[in-house]
Design a protein around this ligand. Structure first.
Ligand SMILES: [Zn+2]
Length: 150
């Protein structure tokens, strides 16, 4: 048991609010708690039952977005509030207490060459995101994303 800490560098676009939407499936209970409360004070159940609806090209289990055989990694922040799609490299540190060292995670689309140039990476990101209407030059960048998993 413990926590895993991740730090990713993602060359790509922030796609928060573009690849998923939250859908309210129903009320969590019959007590009708006030809207400012996330949980019912009477029974403790969530006020509303919600789920994420993903665009079809986004597989949240695999954390990938794919178009026409081209794939990008989707990295999510710890609080699940921001998502970044692109070519990613990360570091995982599982056992900070014993300082056993970090493990490098290299995530790169299989159809990208072993030593891609920056232009190759930009082209790969555009190849996936543009046809899906997700390419946004203003959202493109070299992002640093931290994540903690318990
Ligand atoms: Zn209730």
């Amino acid at each position: 048991m413990g926590a895993s800490y991740y730090a990713y560098t993602v060359i790509g676009c922030e796609v928060t609010d573009k690849i998923r939407t939250k859908e309210i499936v129903g009320e969590g209970c019959a007590h009708n708690p006030p809207s400012y409360q996330a949980f019912c004070p009477s029974c403790g159940k969530p006020r509303r039952i919600e789920r994420w609806l993903n665009v079809p090209s986004y597989d949240s289990d695999r954390e990938e977005i794919t178009h026409a055989g081209n794939t990008l990694k989707v990295i999510t922040t710890t609080d699940d509030k921001r998502l970044f799609a692109g070519v990613a490299v990360g570091v995982n540190h599982q056992n900070v207490k014993n300082d056993e060292g970090a493990r490098l995670i290299v995530i790169q689309p299989s159809n990208l060459s072993a030593a891609p140039t920056f232009d190759d990476v930009v082209e790969q990101v555009q190849r996936v995101l543009q046809p899906l209407g997700l390419w946004d030059e203003r959202a493109f960048g070299i992002w640093c994303v931290q994540r903690c998993a318990y």
